[in-house]
Design a protein around this ligand. Structure first.
Ligand code: URA
Length: 245
């Protein structure tokens, strides 16, 4: 379910603010009844009319992008930097990223125009598992990795238990490559976790999102998710068990 003004804005009829004005001025009907209340939630089956004209809903679409480093996870940037939707110039739908990856993080990012789906996957309660590979400065001791696994205190609270695996290390350069599996999606979480143990991240990539990986894609490539994958993601989130077994 999405807020009425958001659905109107997504359909390209008006900006979010203008949509609110239209609602307040009694110009919007839902299932034949005038609605003047802001924030009413509507589903795909609800019939919406603006000034007597039915609102055409966009057909929902779902994409997986291999986000390169140096790109903002947004649909626009005030500073004119490259944004993830720049890779979808040939798509005429109003898609946006589900969650975000930092400017300097590469890897899997899902995009959609389906607000319910995006909310479902972003909700911390639904615990979708994400797998990151981090190259870090310094070689963390086993006890430090255990600390990351158990949960570590960041400025916004303790992190939930994670799975952490050392993949390789370079004793001469004093760097290590470490895999981290987490369910949370706090801002800069993986970077902050490694900072907290004194091993700052030099490079970060999200290699998996639930059962999805980057096979066959190069940075900047995208592919459409299959209807089956979309169903699986929905089922996984709703089962409250983001780990795909
Ligand atoms: N954790 C981070 O620190 N950065 C990301 O982009 C994703 C997870």
């Amino acid at each position: 379910m999405e807020r009425l003004q958001k659905v109107i804005a997504h359909a390209g009829i008006a900006s979010r603010r203008k949509a609110e004005e239209l609602i307040l001025h009694g110009k919007v009907k839902v299932n034949g009844k005038v609605v003047t209340e802001l924030g009413l939630k509507v589903g795909p089956q609800d019939k919406i009319e603006v000034e007597g004209i039915p609102v055409e809903r966009e057909e929902p679409v779902y994409y997986l992008l291999y986000k390169p480093r140096g790109v903002i996870s947004s649909v626009q940037d005030d500073k004119g930097r490259k944004v993830v939707t720049d890779f979808f110039q040939d798509i005429d739908k109003r898609i946006y990223p589900i969650g975000r990856l930092d400017y300097d993080t590469s890897g899997i990012l899902l995009l959609t125009n389906d607000g319910d789906f995006a909310n479902l996957l972003m909700h911390p309660r639904y615990e979708i598992e994400k797998v990151y590979v981090a190259k870090v400065k310094g070689i963390p001791a086993r006890a430090q990795l255990k600390q990351l696994e158990k949960g570590i205190l960041l400025e916004d609270g303790m992190t939930a238990p994670a799975k952490v695996k050392m993949l390789s290390l370079d004793k001469r350069k004093k760097t290590a490559v470490i895999e981290v599996r987490i369910h949370e999606g706090r801002n800069r979480q993986v970077r902050r976790m490694f900072e907290a143990i004194g091993c700052p991240v030099m490079k970060l990539k999200r290699e998996r999102y639930a059962f999805l990986d980057l096979k066959g894609l190069n940075p900047g490539d995208y592919r459409e998710l299959s209807p089956h994958e979309v169903k699986q993601l929905r089922a996984l989130a709703l089962s409250g068990n983001g780990i795909h077994k």
